[in-house]
Write a protein that binds this ligand. Structure first.
Ligand SMILES: C[S@@+](CC[C@H](N)C(=O)[O-])C[C@H]1O[C@@H](n2cnc3c(N)ncnc32)[C@H](O)[C@@H]1O
Length: 248
């Protein structure tokens, strides 16, 4: 996906994005990335497949990394084709799931959920997380979603999760956590932060988002009425960490 011609077009204008902070993709294509996907079904299918492939390591590691057993229903916000949620549901037969994404994002979900044998315990919900998030779950999971967006947009998504969070509910963000101070050596080691700096620039040119430090996550959660409770690196799925937050 990173060498897909559409993605590379925006990278040709990296210097503009670095200078201005503007999203190169929008200037080149005259629309934002996700609207462009909605207008180009073949590219959308490729993107969903790339996300599904990229999330596989996390889907294998996550169910045993976090105590899902204390929840009844988990909503995966921006859950794409459902690969991650299917991994969690398959490992926790007592859980039910809600896969929430745009209609385009959900296109391949029925097949994925069926293939993992969890379709009977997982409903699909199409919508816009800037408007609302489905109520009724006690865990709201989000992987590789917040890094697509600016701080203000992230606060809106998190506030919408906060608005439907029941007492005792949790928000679980799965993203890399950058060190507070950049490490120039990290670029040489893709397993140890380097890939995250590259992703940070990819987010800048293609969607206007960014990767974040623990302090950044603490701040956006705080603005959304949430308190960070823990940050746990997932060793088997580096560079991802589990960032848990509760209301308050
Ligand atoms: C980078 S992908 C991550 C997908 C999946 N969580 C994963 O890790 O593989 C971001 C997801 O957010 C979804 N998305 C983008 N804008 C959205 C919106 N306004 N409301 C709901 N979902 C949205 C996309 O369709 C896509 O599936």
């Amino acid at each position: 996906m990173f060498t897909e011609p559409t993605i590379v077009r925006a990278w040709e204008h990296l210097d503009d994005s670095v200078r201005t902070g503007e999203i190169a993709f929008d200037a080149v294509f005259g629309t934002d990335f996700f609207s462009h996907l909605a207008q180009h079904p073949e590219l959308s299918t490729e993107f969903n497949a790339a996300m599904s492939q990229a999330v596989a390591a996390t889907a294998a590691a996550l169910p045993s990394t976090y105590d899902f057993g204390r929840f009844t229903t988990v909503t995966d916000v921006g859950g794409g084709d459902g690969t991650l949620l299917a991994g969690v549901l398959a490992a926790h037969p007592g859980l039910t799931g809600v896969l929430f994404d745009t209609a385009e994002g959900l296109s391949e979900a029925p097949t994925t959920l069926e293939r993992h044998g969890v379709a009977g315990r997982c409903s699909l919900a199409a919508g816009d997380f800037f408007r609302s998030v489905p109520a009724g779950s006690d865990l709201y999971l989000m992987k590789s979603v917040l890094h697509d967006w600016t701080d203000d947009q992230v606060v809106t998504i998190l506030r919408n999760c906060r608005a439907v969070l029941p007492p005792g509910g949790r928000v679980l963000i799965v993203e890399p956590v950058l060190p507070e101070v950049g490490d120039p050596r990290a670029e040489a080691d893709v397993t140890d932060g380097g890939i995250t700096y590259l992703s940070d620039l990819n987010m800048l040119v293609n969607v206007g988002g960014r990767e974040r430090t623990r302090a950044d996550f603490t701040e956006v959660c705080h603005r959304a009425g949430l308190t960070l409770t823990s940050v746990t690196p997932i060793a088997e799925a580096a560079p991802f960490s589990l960032i848990e937050a509760v209301a308050g």
